[in-house]
Design a protein around this ligand. Sequence first.
Ligand code: FE
Ligand code: FE
Ligand code: ZN
Length: 295
Amino acid sequence: MIIGSHVSFGEEQLLGSIKEAISYNANALMFYTGAPQNTIRKELKNDLLDEAKTLALSSNIDFNNIVCHAPYIINLANKSQADKWDFSINFLINELNRCKFLGVNKIVVHPGSSVGITQEEGLDNIVEALRIILSKTSDVDILIETMAGKGNECGRNIDQVKYIIDNVNNDRLNVCVDTCHINDAGYDVAKFDEYLDEFDKKIGIDKIKCIHLNDSKNEMNSHKDRHENIGFGTIGFNSLYNVLINKRLENIPKILETPYITVTEKIKKPPYKEEISMLKSGNFNSDVFKDIYNI
Ligand code: FE
Ligand code: FE
Ligand code: ZN
């Protein structure tokens, strides 16, 4: 089982991220190199990275199971404001270089939002942007994420993802499947093998390099994108557990991006240690957070 969660990337950079993952008993992790909402990035430190590599090795964390996520504000779909599109491209080139420096070989990117243009135009802009980014970088894969189809989001179904993958046509372009997003996009996670069959037929299952394992606050086909804790949403524990143990995806990291638990108005706690423990055991406990935090 390769399972982990979103972790922070603070003063200790990747070393801190790995320490946090270990505290959740995870063997995979995903981080943003700065705040997910902005593009301010600090300089990466060599000594911290050496320590991070040593710690990962002694803790059985394979760097193939460490994933970076690009900030949300990057939008490759919209070219109407050319300076913003150029900024997104240049930011991602730098971000891929930061990943390469860190020894991280995967970065998840949201395809983008086609505001004020058609989805087809948006998809073509994404293809063009990805071609530029991939041509100016090396070693790091871009994983485009399957989206919920909120607003004008591109990548809302397998066909749109296929369009991007086929037209970019690069081994370094792969896919991250998010269970909350596909549920909200209209796919039934309870029938995940049917989703994989369609994905395999149209794109090829070997293109899936990461799974975001999230429950959803909303019904299938709601196009909302609001994540819920594992077992507490509309997808439910059993379906998510079946994604985790699916033999066809055995060797790829499963990453939790579920919301923090609100203990009091000011105190929020990460749910990941408990969620990972439940997923490893295969047993759901609906009182797990109540019992720990007295809520
Ligand atoms: Fe994402
Ligand atoms: Fe996600
Ligand atoms: Zn999401």
